[in-house]
Design a protein. Structure first.
Length: 174
């Protein structure tokens, strides 16, 4: 059996962040995940750091621990820029990244970027956007050059060289 843990992205790296991730590795956890949100409603007035920079620092501070997100969603990410970040993170970690992905909810992440009067996406809209998000992200992580035109996302000759360390790409946990 493999046991993993979640580490909230609330710790300043210079104070305790590094030690917390290293301790997870020392305790023998298979993987440690962090939440990929803009904030958490109950933490929104306190520290909340970005998932990808946090995981990059954790990758540099550990050597065996698998690392990942719980969960990355289309609520505030575009597949082209996310693919570039993930390829870099997979490289820095030596191929220890798992991407937890989901359609996103209607909570804080979904409402933070809305213009005045806009409503969060309906469940149907979230599902449609998520399907396209995963399709494009998979292409971006498995091909050097991608052109894509969808309902929600597009990419024109997006380049992702050298690609992921893990082949054919880093794993998705949906």
């Amino acid at each position: 059996m493999r046991v993993s843990t979640v580490i909230l992205p609330v710790h300043r790296w210079s104070e305790s962040g590094r030690e917390i991730w290293q301790r997870a590795e020392e305790l023998g956890f298979h993987a440690a995940y962090t939440y990929d949100h803009l904030s958490w409603r109950s933490f929104r007035d306190g520290p909340w750091f970005g998932a990808v920079p946090t995981l990059t620092a954790a990758a540099a501070a550990t050597s065996r621990l698998r690392l990942g997100t719980l969960v990355t969603s289309p609520n505030f990410r575009h597949p082209v820029t996310l693919a570039k970040e993930l390829i870099t993170l997979d490289d820095v970690s030596g191929g220890r990244i798992t991407l937890g992905i989901g359609a996103g909810g209607s909570g804080f992440d979904a409402t933070t970027l809305l213009r005045g009067g806009e409503e969060p996406w309906s469940p149907r809209e979230r599902a449609d956007r998520f399907g396209e998000f995963v399709e494009l992200l998979d292409r971006l992580l498995t091909h050097d050059v991608v052109t894509y035109e969808g309902t929600h996302y597009s990419a024109h000759e997006a380049r992702n060289v050298p690609g992921c360390v893990q082949r054919p790409r880093l794993p998705f946990a949906v």
